[in-house]
Ligand binder design. Structure first.
Ligand SMILES: Nc1ncnc2c1ncn2[C@@H]1O[C@H](COP(=O)(O)OP(=O)(O)OP(=O)(O)O)[C@@H](O)[C@H]1O
Ligand SMILES: [Mg+2]
Length: 259
């Protein structure tokens, strides 16, 4: 036990599994079921992280959680994203995946918005025993701020580097990182990022954690600290999640150097 070889980390974006334009939690049950079935075919060690979509961003925005400590807002936001986690974990189990929900609020402390500690031993024990931990964007306790909003996009590179993951992918509702003509950029690395960053923005919907630019910055950082290549791809297209899990390079690759 304790062998971390071959871990895959997959994020499923809130823009795919929820109607992100809604003011309050609206799950896309059919999409969640399809995704659960694609994941069921994968038999290696897997950590799933999902976004909050309309089960977290509108609530966090309503209570101003990125600017202030608000106990009631923290509770409401946490409960809402937990509800989405239950829906996803139920569908995964229905599809035959031994999924267990793991709420960052209960296993993470941040410091000024960045993860300071996470109970990695719980995650590695689950992986060692064949469970699939399912984490999510959440409100977490924060040493400086009281609570802070923790993006799934920050959890992914944190776990990738701590668990020495082999494959890292973030599925969202666009074909990858798009350029000014709407074409998918094949590769982003620290060398070409300055020429590309003008094309990358936040989110078309409510997103309190930086939208597409937030993802790219997190994954560029990961490429530099651990030399990991990761992928941003469209999880809304049937077959992409199973393709990624089976080793395909899809969407935009984020890497330390040009491929
Ligand atoms: N250059 C770009 N290429 C692709 N998408 C972009 C770009 N610039 C901005 N975006 C926006 O990024 C958004 C996707 O990020 P967002 O954080 O909303 O999705 P998500 O991660 O699936 O959701 P969640 O944060 O709830 O998990 C889309 O709304 C898209 O319009
Ligand atoms: Mg987001």
């Amino acid at each position: 036990m304790g062998n971390n070889q071959g871990i895959t980390i997959l994020k499923i974006g809130g823009s795919v599994i929820t109607d992100k334009s809604a003011d309050n939690g609206a799950a896309r049950q059919e999409e969640i079921r399809r995704i659960a079935e694609e994941i069921a075919g994968f038999k290696s060690r897997l950590v799933i992280v999902h976004g909050a979509g309309s089960f977290g961003h509108p609530q966090a925005k309503r209570y101003g959680l990125t600017d202030q400590f608000d106990p009631l807002g923290s509770i409401i936001t946490h409960r809402s994203v937990k509800e989405l986690n239950d829906i996803i974990v139920d569908e995964l189990n229905e599809a035959g995946v031994s999924a267990i929900g793991l709420h960052p609020m209960n296993c993470t402390i941040s410091d000024d918005g960045r993860i300071s500690e996470m109970s990695l031993n719980i995650i590695t024990s689950m992986l060692d025993t064949g469970f699939v931990p399912v984490l999510h964007g959440d409100v977490v306790m924060d040493k400086k701020l009281g609570t802070s909003v923790l993006s799934g996009d920050q959890i992914v590179p944190y776990l990738a580097s701590k668990l020495n993951a082999e494959r890292v992918g973030i599925g969202s509702a666009e074909n990858g990182v798009l350029d000014g003509d709407g074409k998918t950029i094949a590769n982003i690395n620290p060398g070409n990022f300055d020429n590309i960053k003008g094309f990358i923005g936040g989110s078309a919907n409510t997103d309190v954690t930086g939208g597409m630019l937030g993802k790219v910055l997190e994954l560029l950082d990961l490429s530099e600290v651990s030399n990991t290549t990761s992928y941003i791809f469209n999880a809304g297209n049937a077959g992409n999640i199973s393709g990624f899990l089976n080793g395909e390079s899809i969407g935009t690759a984020i890497s330390k150097t040009e491929p």
